[in-house]
Design a protein around this ligand. Structure first.
Ligand code: HEC
Ligand SMILES: [Cu+2]
Length: 330
């Protein structure tokens, strides 16, 4: 058990470090890469600075009422001051904030009326993301654990869940929206410029919740169109047929799809272009041949509780060719 705990700790420490360094933009509430998140950040600053000023003011009043000159203390207790300071002021500020809050709540509202938004469905699954790109012709392309979006175009994300409540959150673009069983919620935003940020499940959803992350890649519209055409295509024929053979004969295809092969399972993430994503295992491992080998041989310790069965059956060379094959699926 020891090595297992150690490697879990290692992952945990790396995650903790990442979350500290994340203040420079990857996944920070202070980063605004679109109009919806700027409005939310402004609301946050107004609330924070307002609350800080009021707290300081209350502390001064308290100090005066405890240790101030008698004249000042008497003034504090007049009926007029109680009514203005204790009733009128809170009612006015809280009502103003409530109205302002409702306005920010609708931040994506005008975007919701946009014609022809980019439509993408994201389904929360314990503990990964199913991502479905909806094409203009009504067809779909399924992918996983990464969101790609074009800049400057209104984005509409349809959020649902396959199991329990999850919450979809990319702080750089918009507020969190819950994924609730039996419902479809819509999230609207725009990405101002190309870049890569991360998002995270923001509602506790069971064991591996903290390891349910994902990358979002914003691209110029022409790059996006080119990428989507590539994503839509089937997997290229494998250069290394041994790796593909191991994949197809080990039961992986019962849960995973690689379009263009016999693997058409729907239980786990689509792997048709798995090698071209930013990360593996919902944002927790680097997308390299070693990363795939690590996932396949150690995923139960790297991401405890995840629902892929353990596979300790491969020889070193089988694992190597299987990983190289998956990494070649670009
Ligand atoms: C019983 C179903 C099942 C089988 C069989 C299965 N997997 Fe998985 N696999 C999953 C699930 C579920 C996940 C998502 C785990 C998570 O991140 O929580 C997953 C995740 C993965 C990922 C990470 C995908 C990503 O988007 O980053 C890879 C790679 C992978 N599996 C490879 C394999 C290989 C190779 C095999 C065969 C040796 C295999 N799987 C067999 C269910 C399965
Ligand atoms: Cu969660």
């Amino acid at each position: 058990m020891r090595p297992a705990i150690n490697s879990f700790h290692k992952t945990f420490c790396v995650m903790a470090l990442l979350s500290i360094t994340s203040c420079d933009g990857q996944q920070s509430v202070f980063t605004d890469l679109g109009p919806v998140s700027s409005q939310i950040t402004l609301l946050m600053w107004i609330m924070f600075i307002g609350a800080a000023l009021i707290t300081v003011f209350i502390c001064v009043l308290m100090a005066v009422s405890i240790a101030g000159p008698t004249g000042w203390r008497q003034k504090l207790t007049t009926e007029k001051n109680i009514i203005w300071g204790g009733i009128v002021f809170p009612v006015v500020t809280l009502t103003a904030l409530l109205i302002y809050g409702f306005m920010v709540f609708k931040a994506g509202g005008t975007l919701a009326q946009a014609e022809n938004p980019v439509r993408i469905s994201v389904v929360g699954e314990q503990w990964w993301w199913r991502v479905i790109y909806r094409h203009g012709d009504g067809r779909i392309t399924e992918s996983a654990n990464e969101l790609r979006i074009p800049t400057g175009r209104p984005i509409e994300i349809e959020l649902s869940t396959a199991d329990v409540i999850h919450s979809f959150w990319i702080p750089a673009y918009a507020g969190k929206v819950d994924m609730i069983p039996g419902r479809t919620n819509l999230l609207h935003f725009v990405a101002d410029k190309p870049g890569i940020v991360t998002g995270q499940c923001a509602e506790y959803c069971g064991g591996a919740h903290a390891l349910m992350s994902f990358y979002t890649v914003a691209m110029t519209p022409s790059d996006y169109d080119a990428w989507l055409a590539k994503e839509r295509a089937n997997a290229k024929p494998a250069l290394d047929s041994q790796g593909e053979q191991v994949f197809l004969s080990s039961g992986c295809g019962g849960c995973h799809t690689v379009r263009g092969t016999q693997a058409n399972g729907k239980i786990g993430p689509d792997l048709t272009h798995a090698g071209s994503r930013q990360s593996l295992g919902a944002g927790i491992l680097p997308n390299t041949t070693e990363g795939f080998a690590k996932w396949i041989s150690q995923h139960k310790t790297i991401k405890p509780d995840n629902l892929m069965p353990p596979f300790d059956i491969f020889s070193e060379s089988e694992l190597q060719s299987l990983s190289a094959y998956l990494n070649s699926l670009e």
